[in-house]
Write a protein that binds this ligand. Structure first.
Ligand code: 13P
Ligand code: SF4
Length: 307
């Protein structure tokens, strides 16, 4: 985190309130830079859920989207989980309901249901195990070898993990509006413009985009690789919010977005003003009903146990 003197008045107000409320601020790497800067922890979906599970704070301020705060509430029901912008949803998570999943399960009763963490608590409750983009291949490999996988809701991630794990995957037709927007044509153009750059893309991208990439990583995976590798220049196929942390973590290296359209409006809906208000009012609070939570927790815990 920055030093106190480098923060704006609003940021300092938030940090004061945070102490008063015994709160921790968790921010996804796609959040606005000024929001990431006041966070105690920034990370990808997996890292944030791990932090939410282990924090001692009484209040978790989740700067991300609805399913992330819900996952924190599933893991830590005794804590107050706040989502500063309650309308920050994930369109992909909304592409499947629990009723739809129940109907699909009837069509393939033998399959192991793996649900991407970008899903509602109700959908998690209907699933055998969760995954994030960082552990999806390992999670799918952990399923009994003789079983097919029903993967929801991201068809692109489902396709990628099926290929990597060498498993038969039945996928749902969901997708991330932001990552799925990147076309092979746009990526080819970026490669022509920056011929020296290594291409890293997120597995939420389309299969034909993934086929053109040098590496496929979750958001945190890209940051780690950029820091540790000898490569000096990268093209990134993920949400533009990553630039803030990746440039700080790997200074002196060059990063180019594969397209300038890779912005998730939901991830940008959280502002400092909203974070402050949520700490003042301890609202909007995200809670999950006990009967859903118990079942969803099983799927999340089984994911965390996969090493
Ligand atoms: P990760 O956080 O797993 O990289 O996923 C990206 C994403 O789209 C989150 O909404
Ligand atoms: Fe959902 Fe995609 Fe936005 Fe992530 S980047 S919150 S998956 S729409």
């Amino acid at each position: 985190m920055k030093q106190e003197a480098e923060f704006s008045g609003l940021q300092n107000d938030i940090l004061e309130l945070k102490k008063k409320r015994n709160a921790v601020i968790l921010a996804h790497l796609y959040q606005r830079p000024e929001v990431q800067d006041i966070a105690d922890f920034t990370g990808d979906s997996l890292g944030l859920s791990e932090e939410a599970a282990k924090t001692d704070a009484e209040v978790i301020v989740f700067c991300g989207v609805h399913f992330m705060a819900e996952t924190a509430a599933i893991l830590s029901p005794q804590k107050t989980v706040l989502l500063p912008e309650v309308n920050a949803g994930c369109p992909m998570a909304d592409m499947i309901t629990a009723d739809q999943l129940r109907a699909k399960k009837k069509e393939c009763p033998d399959a192991v249901v793996v649900c991407y963490v970008n899903s509602s608590a109700d959908v998690k409750a209907e699933s055998d195990i969760c995954c994030t983009s960082a552990n999806a291949v390992k999670v799918v490999r952990s399923a009994p070898a003789n079983k097919r996988i029903l993967f929801v809701p991201d068809k692109n991630l489902g396709h990628y993990v099926g290929q990597q794990a060498g498993r038969e995957v039945i996928y749902w037709e969901g997708f991330c509006n932001t990552h799925d927007r990147l076309s092979a044509e746009q990526l080819r153009k970026a490669k022509q413009t920056y011929p020296e750059a290594l291409v890293m893309v997120h597995p939420e991208c389309r299969p034909e985009v993934i086929a053109l990439a040098d590496r496929v990583f979750s958001t945190s995976g890209m940051i780690k690789f950029a820091k540790e590798s000898d490569h000096k220049e990268f093209i990134l196929g993920t949400e533009a919010g990553i630039l803030h942390k990746i440039r700080k973590t790997a200074p002196g290296k060059k990063f180019h977005m594969a397209s300038d359209e890779l912005i998730c409006p939901n991830m940008k809906a959280t502002t400092l003003e909203k974070v402050k208000l949520s700490l003042e009012e301890l609202q909007p609070r995200i809670m999950v009903p006990d009967e859903i939570r118990d079942k969803a927790l099983g799927a999340v815990k089984r994911m965390i146990a996969v090493k």
